[in-house]
Design a protein around this ligand. Structure first.
Ligand SMILES: C[S@@+](CC[C@H](N)C(=O)[O-])C[C@H]1O[C@@H](n2cnc3c(N)ncnc32)[C@H](O)[C@@H]1O
Length: 201
């Protein structure tokens, strides 16, 4: 089954998300429709990022890893995910093994804040911090502050990235892109904007 999925994705054929999601534990699948990049969007995101062999791409808040897995299947680059949920990291690394791309798609447990972003050539962000805004319990204000801190940190890291760095956002990342990056392309995919930005200054 996984061989058929890998072949179809490599060939650029449409693959149904429900069929692909069977690669993950059932405890994760219910999040798919809202939290994970749909395969057809991931395929297009990888085309826009267009990394070449030897380049490194980081998915900031990688969830169960769909964009990196698609990237490893369709490009020669190396794909990395940073994710703060241990079960998702485990599911993503297991899926990479089953799809035969564990050598070029790997996922690490941690906070994006603590990573050195300077070693990556390109970044993918699917609105990673949105969950902090959900709910109106007593912690809501604290979470709102963390949300703003995270967004500002991403802005800072991207503003200081190397010239030529490519960034693809899906549903944005919660703030304005720093002025050092140019919007090169933006297209509607499903219910969100998929945008390519390049650091030109
Ligand atoms: C909307 S999901 C996107 C998942 C994946 N990038 C995709 O496109 O399918 C955002 C993910 O970011 C993770 N996340 C949020 N804040 C994070 C942080 N500070 N460091 C690492 N991961 C984080 C969440 O746990 C969640 O799994």
């Amino acid at each position: 089954m996984t061989e058929a999925l890998s072949s179809a994705i490599r060939a650029g054929l449409p693959v149904d998300d429900c069929a692909f999601d069977l690669i993950y534990p059932s405890s994760q699948r219910f999040r798919s429709w809202l939290h994970w990049t749909p395969l057809e969007v991931a395929q297009r995101a990888c085309e826009l990022l267009a990394p070449v062999a030897g380049e490194k791409v980081l998915d900031v808040g990688s969830g169960v890893g769909k964009p990196c897995l698609v990237g490893a299947l369709t490009t020669e680059a190396s794909w990395f995910g940073i994710e703060r949920d241990p079960d998702m990291v485990r599911a993503a690394n297991e899926a990479a093994k089953r799809l035969g791309v564990a050598d070029r798609a790997s996922f690490r447990l941690g906070d994006m804040e603590l990573m050195d972003w300077s070693v990556y050539d390109a970044f993918y962000l699917f609105n990673p911090f949105a969950e902090l805004l959900a709910g109106d319990d007593l912690d809501a204000l604290d979470r709102r502050v963390r949300y703003v801190d995270n967004v500002e940190l991403v802005q800072h890291k991207l503003a200081h990235a190397a010239r030529g760095t490519r960034v693809v956002t899906y549903h944005g990342f919660g703030g304005d892109m720093p002025r050092e990056l140019d919007l090169v392309q933006c297209e509607k995919r499903r219910d969100g904007d998929l945008c390519l930005w390049i650091k030109c200054r």
